[in-house]
Write a protein that binds this ligand. Sequence first.
Ligand code: SF4
Length: 375
Amino acid sequence: MLHNTMDSTSRHNFSMQKKYIKNMTIADAKAHFAAIGEKSYRAEQLFNWLYEINVDSFDAMTNFSKTLRSRLDDEFALSALSLEERAISNDGTEKYLFRTHDGHFIESVLIRRDGSDDGRLTICISSQVGCAMGCRFCATARIGFKRNLETAEILDQICQVRRTSGVKNDNIVFMGMGEPFLNYDNVMRAAEIMNYSFGFHISVRRITISTCGLLEGIERYIDEKRPFNLAISLNDTIPERRARLMPVEKRNPIEDIAKLLAHTFPSSRNRVTLEYVMRADNIAKEDAIRLKKLFRHGKIKINLIKLNPGVPGFEPPTDKAIEDFRKNLEIMNVPITLRKSFGEDIDAACGQLSGRRYDSHVHISQEQLPMHSDK
Ligand code: SF4
């Protein structure tokens, strides 16, 4: 089901001159209020309005004086994105298409694990417009890289999905468009703001940064003792075969990532998640053995997801093969989760996000295959 959500007024309701208020950390906001002679507690009130109450205008901030509201409105833009379209899947998954101030399109997905608002609610967000990583199975890769998203554009996806759907999610995954570690600073600032107690107040253990496996980014993340969950898209155990699917493997061998995780670990108390999309040709007993050998010293868990049917060039595995693979992996003695894919009928499943407005002028030459198992 598709909903056109944008009218011509809101379509042009961006101000290129104004800064996005959602780019500010709490320290930035305190400094700003101090500079204009306001008390520092105004910063916490502001974050409460922006994220907890999630208002869409400065005028709604009723414990601010009219003068202050109008001053903020003159200087800052409150929304960083404009909602273009909302699609609702049969399983309750919702996909949102947003337009940026400079005419790009990005997508976010609301996932209802139980198909209702009672179970875990996850918002899958984008970190870049397009992506440079070129994974063969990914719709975003077809767009190529356009630009990094600002912190405000990352956070506004959550604000707008919450406001439109009326739900409050308790889980965030950076598994939409883009490679988060190639927009490191903006992604980390956004993740910190998500965790503020006077904002969304989402636990660091419920915020997951997912990378296709950039060694430098993983090392920096560990060195900086970032507290969020880390997920790595593995998808294969043979380097040559993985490199054909994921060019990142050539300069960032999965063997080096395994070595890194064997002697150091992110500060999150959660294990590092290895995402593994199962095809007919990557779940033999030998794959399980290679996986165990590679990560035998790492503190990991494994998310398995069955490849969606109908992807040209790839065969989904049989249920029997999946069960055998899961049993073979049990020798690793690590948590293993078998996840289903959500929102396939609206192209919201893993690897299917493409900012559909690009499709008309993108040369589609590569096959699509869903990727991230947590979506
Ligand atoms: S799967 Fe992720 S890293 Fe790979 S091209 Fe797509 S968005 Fe980029």
